[in-house]
Design a protein around this ligand. Structure first.
Ligand code: URA
Length: 195
C-alpha cells in the first residue's frame, strides 16, 4: 500500500502540477472485508484530506450505525481522488460531477487499490463508481440493493449518500439497502468464523 500511495501521489503531482488540487486517498486497512467507493471528494474531504467526512459522510455514518456496521470494518475510497469543481453563476466554487476523462484517468488506480485491499464485498455509492466498474451507466434505480458478481467479488450497488440530502424520499430505500447488505455480511462472516 505504501508503494501504491507513493505512485499515485507522483502521478497526481505530474498531472496537476501548479494547480490547487488536493489528493484525497482511500482510508482503511488492507484486507478490510468491505470496500466502499464514492465518486469524488467534496469540499470538506478536500480540506481534511480524508474521504467521506462532510455532509454525505455524516449521512453514511448514520446509515451504517443504523445497520450495526462499523466504519472500522471498511476501506473507504473514491473513483476520482480530488474534488472536481466549477465556478457557479454566483461566482462560488462548487462541486461538479467528475468528467469521463477524469474517471478514465483514475480507474486504473482504483483497480489497483481494489487488488491491494482485496475486499470480499464492494459497495458502490451512486452511478459513477457503478459505471466505472461494470460499464453500466445510470442504472442505480434498477441495481441498488442487489448483489452482483464482479471479478470474483460481491458488488452491492447503493445510491450515493448525498442523494438522500436532495431527495428525502430515498431515506427509506437507503435504510433497507444497507440493512440488506449488513444482513448478508453478518450471515456470511458468521458462517466463515464457524468453519
Ligand atoms: N462524496 C463522495 O462521493 N465522496 C466523498 O468522499 C465525499 C462525498
Amino acid at each position: 500500500m505504501e508503494r501504491f500511495q507513493k505512485e499515485v501521489t507522483a502521478f497526481f503531482r505530474n498531472l496537476y502540477e501548479g494547480e490547487r488540487k488536493v489528493l484525497v486517498s482511500g482510508e482503511g486497512r488492507v484486507g478490510a472485508p468491505v470496500m466502499m467507493i464514492g465518486e469524488a471528494p467534496g469540499e470538506q474531504e478536500s480540506l481534511q484530506g480524508r474521504p467521506f467526512v462532510g455532509k454525505a459522510g455524516k449521512n453514511l455514518d448514520a446509515f451504517l450505525a443504523q445497520a450495526g456496521m462499523d466504519r472500522a470494518a471498511l476501506y473507504v475510497t473514491n473513483v476520482v481522488k480530488f474534488r472536481p469543481t466549477k465556478v457557479s453563476a454566483a461566482g462560488r466554487t462548487v462541486n461538479r460531477p467528475p468528467t469521463q476523462e477524469e474517471v478514465k484517468l483514475f480507474l486504473p488506480w482504483l483497480l489497483r487499490e481494489i487488488d491491494l485491499v482485496a475486499p470480499k464485498y464492494i459497495i458502490t455509492l451512486g452511478n459513477v463508481p457503478l459505471k466505472a466498474l461494470t460499464g453500466r451507466g445510470s442504472v442505480i434505480g434498477e441495481m441498488h440493493g442487489q448483489f452482483i458478481e464482479w471479478q470474483g467479488r460481491q458488488l452491492f450497488a447503493m445510491y450515493h449518500p448525498a442523494s438522500v440530502i436532495y431527495n428525502p424520499g430515498l431515506k427509506e430505500v437507503y435504510s433497507r439497502d444497507i440493512a440488506t447488505f449488513a444482513c448478508r455480511y453478518r450471515e456470511e462472516t458468521e458462517k466463515e468464523r464457524g468453519k
